[in-house]
Ligand binder design. Structure first.
Ligand code: NCD
Length: 488
């Protein structure tokens, strides 16, 4: 299996620990004399290798830190400077572009506006592919940077306090950390990869979305289905406290294990009084994000939201908060936080270099120990068919004219009973209403005929009319046949 990083879930807990250890090593050996978080100089680990950066969207930090990382490793970089000057602007597919670039470079970093584009690249490449952001979907390497910032921050704090602390091994090094997410949680891909990692490593997620910018339903659903990370329950209110204006707090698997799994429909909206009674929780991390104006569709409501300033974070619950931001900031983070010790966002950005050096080292096996990489197992069975149901998300790569010509819709069956599908490219969910049989060309609305392991020849459709448009006829059940008989 190739070492691709398309989702943060492509990296196992061991991979992440290994990447942190490598990044620590690079900082120990190559940090600038003046600034311990900056890498200076060059080593020769990557000297036989070339990294290619294919960026079809603007970037400062991600592209430059990847390129810097490769150069500091002693490797070379080939970069597509202007995507409008590439053949993709002439209508070349992602698959073809990748099949060409892989013959030039040993590892490819891709950023693209279509959700799932990096997955397509990985499906066609024979060199490792790293997702540097695919539309609003995911941005796993920013999450690595974010996690590493927390790892360093708490490591330092804990060694100062001389405590055993949070890092209890087994990867749950964020156990009990309260992370407040502020801003555009709907369109921001950094937030999506981040919440999956926070849930996995034991942090509590406190979403404080700007109006109209709440976490998308499929992200909440994935938190619930994959991590058993559910909204707080009313019965938990006595034990917890929440900051003002926060409607939902997600708690992690450990606490929720005792509760029956209710699914994501149980979205607890707290009343004003309930919120008031819970306004003392301490916020360990205040993670701000900008409004993603370029991703908002015209009919979506998303108003600019207030900037967070040092004076707003005056209360005791923010006293020891780390203020983070993936950057670029626009209006959501006031400049007065730059002088505040709580603001760690430039340090966070600086960690982009050691962490990406570590990731490249890990994926290319540049250090002997890095070569063993256990693939992360598939979580769900897959359904794929050129006929029938397609992804509903207009921004999904599988729905783009150029890519539709060769991409076959692919879904994970995340709930075989309810027949809930998740697009393998962009994570959007679908619930087909009709099952057809390709041999008989008959369809039925009895979804029980489609169950895990018995899908041979089954074709899923969104609706009866879609099935009929594809030339399928309704299979009449005994009851329907007798109804027809009476009518005749
Ligand atoms: C982010 C991105 O491109 O998604 N920036 C980054 O990579 N550091 C965040 C953003 O654009 O708001």
């Amino acid at each position: 299996m190739l070492a691709n990083v398309i989702s943060i879930d492509d990296l196992s807990d061991d991979d992440i620990q290994r990447i942190f250890a490598l990044a620590d090593g690079f900082l120990n050996e190559m940090a600038s004399a003046e600034e311990p978080n900056w890498i200076r100089g060059q080593c020769n680990l990557g000297q036989k290798y070339i990294l290619s950066t294919l960026f079809f969207e603007p970037s400062t930090r991600t592209r430059m830190s990847f390129e810097t990382a490769m150069l500091r490793l002693g490797g070379g970089v080939v970069s597509m400077q202007d995507s409008k000057a590439s053949s993709m602007a002439k209508g070349e597919t992602i698959a073809d572009t990748i099949r060409v670039v892989e013959s030039y470079a040993d590892i490819i970093v891709i950023r693209h506006p279509w959700e799932g584009a990096a997955r397509v690249a990985a499906d066609y490449a024979r060199v490792p592919i790293i997702n540097a952001g695919d539309g609003s979907h995911e941005h796993p390497t920013q999450t690595l940077v974010d996690l590493y910032t927390l790892h360093r921050a708490y490591k330092e704090q804990l060694s100062k306090e001389g405590e055993n602390g949070r890092d209890k091994g087994g990867g749950r090094f964020l156990n009990g950390l309260n992370v407040l997410l502020y801003g555009d949680l709907r369109h921001g891909r950094t937030v999506h990869s981040l919440v999956y990692a926070l849930a996995r490593f034991g942090a509590r997620i406190i979403p404080r979305a700007a109006p109209g910018c709440e976490l998308p339903e499929h992200v909440e659903h994935r938190l619930a289905m994959d991590y058993k990370c559910l909204p707080i329950q009313r019965e938990d209110l006595r034990e917890n406290s929440l900051p003002d204006n926060v409607d939902v707090i997600y708690v992690t698997r450990e606490r929720q294990n005792q509760l029956p799994f209710k699914g994501p429909d149980v979205y607890v909206k707290l009343s004003h009084d309930e919120r008031e009674s819970l306004s003392h929780i301490k916020v360990d991390v205040f993670y701000a994000t900008r409004l993603q104006t370029e991703r908002k569709s015209t009919d979506e409501e998303a108003e600019p939201y207030p900037a967070i300033s040092a004076s707003q974070l005056k209360g005791p619950r923010y006293k020891h908060s780390k203020v983070m931001h993936p950057l670029p900031r626009v209006d959501e983070l006031s400049f007065d936080l730059d002088q505040d010790v709580r603001g760690v966002y430039f340090q966070q950005a600086a960690y982009g270099v050691p962490i990406r050096m570590a990731l490249i080292t890990h994926l290319l096996g540049l250090k002997q120990e890095a070569q063993e990489r256990k693939p992360v197992g598939a979580r769900y069975p897959e359904y794929t068919n050129a006929v029938g149901i397609r992804c509903d998300n207009p921004k999904c790569v599988s729905e783009q004219e150029s890519e539709k010509r060769y991409l076959i819709p692919r879904f994970y069956i995340i709930d075989a009973k309810r027949l809930l599908l998740r697009c393998a490219y962009c994570d959007y969910e679908q619930m087909p209403k009709v099952v057809g049989k390709s041999v008989s060309k008959k369809y039925s609305t009895d979804l029980g005929t489609f169950s895990e392991g018995k899908q041979g020849g089954a074709v899923l459709f969104k609706s009866k009319s879609d099935a009929e448009a594809a030339g399928y006829e309704e299979r009449l059940t005994a009851r329907k046949m007798s109804d027809e008989h009476v009518e005749i």
